[in-house]
Design a protein around this ligand. Structure first.
Ligand SMILES: *Cc1c(COP(=O)(O)O)cnc(C)c1O
Length: 465
């Protein structure tokens, strides 16, 4: 449970000029609060105690996969030999780093069934955008004028946004029983179609069992099949986008492979492709040269550079260490993620929660809290009330096709006791007085905030006006 301190700003704490004789005269000229090291330390520790992180408790943020990440990885990225490297150093002096990048690309190829990878994109959305630019380059090269990208209505919002930013028109198709509606897909496919972007298992946690048929239809239409692999937690070592018939993949290393990413970063969204798209990958590519490695910029068909230098190296290194550490047990991650999700879903159903499109799930599932609306309670209220019981809330109001969506992903590394205690809290909340739930959180240092305003009018710096 989080602590609750009354914590003024440092400037408010430190307006006591002259109280500390050890403060030297020079420093007084700067507009800095007059505080001792210990006071500053206490301030920041208090703030950290009021924060909720992955190391505090359960964090079932569906689709966003905030999971336990080995502390070993933090040790690896703090290694002096990594920290002291500069991206402008001569290639001959960073052979170890190039080896890591090259080997990581190969491991991602193996995991996803692709033929080549670029590690440059710095987020999932950035990877999608890279994939869409490559799709455009591919059809330009073939002399085909294709202007449309199809996305299902269950897609993550970044999918249509990335396609649009790359200059495509977005065609949305409805889902049927929580999966791709084959008739709608066939109807939407045409000579205009450049790509179909799909998440599998989809955002409801359902595996698209007709994926090979989908891949065939897309191929027959001459289009490319794009895999949103933001979350690979369900399929590692079990199957791969390559086996399913996809042409392009992005993977969120900060979700599946070991980097905690609270507050939107840091991230890495490498993009993998099958052979026919390799020449369009961003430059530079890390290539073998003699006994060592070199950076290759001589790729005339490349879409160009996607970020400064070679990507977000610390995130890439964590993923590298994560995969090496797991080795052949990578598939156990998926097995446990799927077992945990199904266990939790069944238990929540047994205490009365509604699971639309009910069937076996993969790594996550989506409840609908629409029935609580009768009591005047909404998904947002239940999410806030969970804070009072010491849990980070799940993702809410996504995917859009479920009313009052409540998207839970327990991840692979939570114990049965943790999952049971979450069910107990959810069971308590469903029987609570609606006014208590609607007014939540009650036990937090910060009560209900205006989230709309916080997003539209974020004030992130403090100014002494
Ligand atoms: C998180 C996520 C993305 C976007 O990834 P970012 O790194 O946040 O840009 C895309 N698709 C799905 C399914 C996701 O869960």
């Amino acid at each position: 449970m989080m602590a609750s301190h009354r914590e003024p700003l440092l400037n408010e704490l430190g307006k006591r000029d002259g109280e500390h004789p050890e403060t030297d005269v020079e420093r007084k000229k700067l507009p800095l609060p007059d505080l001792t090291e210990r006071e500053v330390m206490k301030h920041f520790i208090h703030l950290s105690q009021m924060n909720y992180g992955i190391d505090c408790g359960f964090y079932p943020l569906g689709s966003c996969t905030m999971k336990y990440n080995m502390k070993l990885l933090e040790r690896v990225v703090k290694n002096e030999r990594v920290v002291q490297v500069h991206p402008l150093q001569d290639e001959s002096t960073v052979q170890g780093c190039l080896h890591i990048l090259h080997h990581l690309e190969q491991m991602l190829c193996e995991i996803t069934g692709m033929d080549a990878f670029s590690l440059q994109p710095c987020a999932g959305a950035h990877g999608e955008f890279t994939g869409m630019l490559m799709t455009r380059a591919y059809f330009e090269q073939r002399g085909e004028h294709r202007t449309e990208v199809i996305v299902p209505d269950s897609a993550h919002g970044t999918n249509p946004a990335s396609a649009k930013m790359a200059g495509f028109d977005v065609v949305e198709i409805p889902s049927k029983d929580g999966m791709v509606d084959m008739d709608a897909l066939e109807h939407a496919l045409s000579e205009q179609t450049a790509a179909f972007m799909l998440t599998n298992p989809n955002t409801l946690g359902i595996f698209e069992k007709d994926i090979q048929l989908i891949a065939r239809k897309v191929r027959e239409a001459g289009a490319l099949l794009y895999y949103d692999g933001a979350n690979l937690n369900a399929i590692m070592g079990k199957t791969s986008p390559g086996v399913m018939g996809f042409d392009i993949v992005h993977v969120n290393l900060h979700k599946t492979f070991g980097t905690p990413h609270g507050g939107g970063g840091p991230g890495a969204g490498p993009v993998g492709v099958r052979e026919h798209l390799e020449e369009f990958l961003p430059v530079p590519r890390v290539v073998r040269q003699g006994e060592g490695y070199a950076l290759d910029y001589e790729r005339p068909r490349s879409i160009g550079k996607m970020s400064m230098f070679y990507g977000n190296f610390a995130v890439l290194l964590r993923a590298y260490a994560y995969i090496l550490r797991k080795g052949n047990s990578l598939q156990e991650v998926s097995e446990r993620a799927v077992v945990n999700a199904n266990y939790l879903m069944e238990r929540l159903r047994s205490v009365g929660y509604d699971v639309p499109f009910y069937r076996r799930r993969m790594h996550e599932f989506v409840l609908s809290l629409a029935s609580l609306k009768k009591k005047g309670v909404r998904a947002l209220d239940v999410a806030k009330r969970l804070l009072d019981y010491g849990f980070h809330p799940p993702t809410i109001y996504f995917p859009l096709i479920v009313e009052e969506a409540f998207m839970v992903e327990p991840t692979e590394d939570e114990s049965r006791e943790t999952l049971d205690s979450f069910v107990n809290a959810m069971d308590t909340i469903v029987h609570e007085d609606e006014n208590i739930v609607r007014g939540a959180p009650h036990r937090m240092p910060v009560k209900r905030v205006n989230e709309g305003q916080a997003v539209r009018n974020a004030i992130l710096t403090w100014k002494d006006l």
